[in-house]
Design a protein around this ligand. Structure first.
Ligand SMILES: NC(=O)c1ccc[n+]([C@@H]2O[C@H](COP(=O)([O-])OP(=O)(O)OC[C@H]3O[C@@H](n4cnc5c(N)ncnc54)[C@H](O)[C@@H]3O)[C@@H](O)[C@H]2O)c1
Length: 451
């Protein structure tokens, strides 16, 4: 009796608003945002069996018009949310729009594939999780590494202790965009067909500037968090996944827009340091010099006691450690140098003072490709979950935790000091300044919808 009542109450407080799909029903999709990523996702959905893109939305009319043969087009995404025949939406807009659209979509009974970085503020991310749960929606974060077999493999190796105790992790993006960076375009009237006010949405009203629009919006605080959230969301997601942690204990950051002479804002040179229980993570960004780290322009290196594991989207490798395995190996060598008769372990090289045998197997693969196959798998996983109502592989809560680490880094950078974070409580304990930066102002009439 009690259980039945509980279920009834649960059902009443969280109504299932969407269509219930049978195994053979086509999933009807609305694509919101038709820029670089949105069109890529739309093309994948178009060739995926069992799915159909029936509507598209973008604030730039010419982009919408490209699809007029195959889909209904809108410049206001709310028309997609109003339609009862649409099951799911892809949110591929700049980051400042992710949370408002995703939450409204949940409230309209749609399942959501939301691009990374999941949200623009920490509070937004928490509300996206709350909305997905309250309205029983599937929400996949666009962190496609989760669906990539080689990332799954390295996570498995790390979790099985293959490279031993990991105490230090580095991740990086190094490139050279000097001296002009994104350049200095003047403010102008927006191009014909662009609803600039709708593009800005909840962000402050500013004149149109080409750099605040397609692609380069990433380098403005009003719409994004710069490299720290743009690429950082990928790196930190893999790191937190491999290390089975929910968030850092602190973040510190140093850098500036030192070397790019353009009108953008986020740092072109950045070093962010995160403390986690038992290890540290450093994220390094250089947009003024492309010298590779670990022979890769971007990647992650896990430094373990038995080996180093380096991974990027096209390859991974394990470089074993050769240092003495036991502290007394050095003592043995010292004694031997003094003429003592010492028994050495098999394979121990007295002359180099290192054991000849590596501490772990040297493994790896090259020539891998994450795109488009892993993105296809990632979208497939989302579609499967729409049918099964299971949580997807990069569930909204995972995306929330990954972006939260990045946003703690952004807050540390913007405050110019170390911030302490409590991943369990979801607060910066005793730090009112940092707490205040967990949210932002929304320009009327836009708000973050109450969940
Ligand atoms: N998973 C990945 O590897 C990956 C790769 C690239 C981009 N992304 C993410 O995808 C998102 C989009 O990035 P992008 O590079 O495609 O940007 P982009 O600038 O190329 O495209 C963004 C598009 O969104 C449109 N838009 C803005 N506000 C809108 C609104 N309210 N309604 C409808 N359309 C709106 C713009 O007009 C533009 O066409 C970002 O969050 C980015 O981080 C993810």
């Amino acid at each position: 009796m009690e259980r039945r009542n509980f279920l009834k109450t649960a059902a009443a407080s969280a109504p299932f608003l969407g269509r219930v799909l049978g195994a053979n029903d086509e999933i009807r999709i609305g694509q919101i945002g038709l820029g670089t990523r949105g069109t890529y996702e739309l093309e994948i959905c178009r060739r995926t069996k069992g799915a159909k893109v029936v509507a598209v939305a973008d604030v730039f009319q010419p982009l919408v018009d490209q699809y007029k043969e195959d889909a209904d087009g809108y410049t206001d995404f709310r028309h997609i949310l109003d339609r009862k025949d649409i099951d799911a939406v892809f949110v591929s807009t700049p980051d400042h729009w992710h949370a408002p659209i995703a939450i409204m979509a949940c409230q309209a009974g749609k399942d959501v594939f939301c691009e990374k970085p999941l949200s623009h503020t920490i509070h937004e991310g928490s509300q996206m999780v709350a909305a997905a749960r309250k309205y029983n929606r599937v929400m996949q974060t666009g962190s496609q590494q989760r669906s990539a077999p080689h990332f799954q493999k390295i996570v498995d190796l790390i979790q099985h202790g293959h490279i031993g105790k990991i105490s230090s992790i580095e991740c990086w993006n190094e490139e050279n965009d000097t001296p002009e960076g994104a350049g200095n375009p003047p403010d102008t009237a927006p191009p014909a067909g662009l609803d600039w006010d709708m593009y800005l949405g909840p962000a402050p009203k500013v004149p149109y500037n080409r750099n605040r629009y397609i692609w380069h919006y990433r380098w403005f605080w009003d719409y994004s968090g710069g490299m720290m959230t743009d690429w950082g969301a990928h790196h930190m997601d893999v790191i937190q996944w491999a290390m089975q942690v929910d968030g850092p204990l602190s973040a510190t950051a140093a850098g500036s827009r030192f070397c790019l002479r353009d009108n953008c804002q986020t740092p072109d040179t950045l070093s962010t340091l995160f403390e986690y229980p038992g290890f540290v993570v450093r994220y390094s960004v250089r947009q003024g010099n492309s010298r590779r780290i670990e022979n890769r322009p971007n990647g992650i290196a896990f430094y373990g006691a038995d080996g180093t594991l380096i991974v990027d989207r096209g390859s991974w490798e394990i470089v074993p450690e050769n240092a003495p395995r036991f502290p007394n190996d050095y003592d043995r060598v010292e004694a031997w140098l003094k003429g003592a008769n010492v028994a050495f372990p098999a394979g121990f090289d007295r002359n180099t003072r290192t054991p000849a045998r590596p501490r772990c197997a040297a493994l790896g693969e090259t020539g891998l490709k994450i795109d488009p196959s892993c993105q296809e798998a990632h979208i497939e996983n989302f579609l499967e979950c729409i049918r099964s109502r299971r949580r997807p592989i990069a569930d909204v809560e995972i995306g929330f935790r990954s972006v939260t680490a990045c946003l703690a880094g952004v807050i540390a950078y913007r405050l110019g000091r170390k911030v302490r974070w409590d991943p369990k409580a979801g607060t910066f304990p005793g730090d009112r300044e940092a707490q205040a930066m967990m949210t932002k102002r929304y320009r009327a009439p836009w708000t973050l919808p109450a969940v």
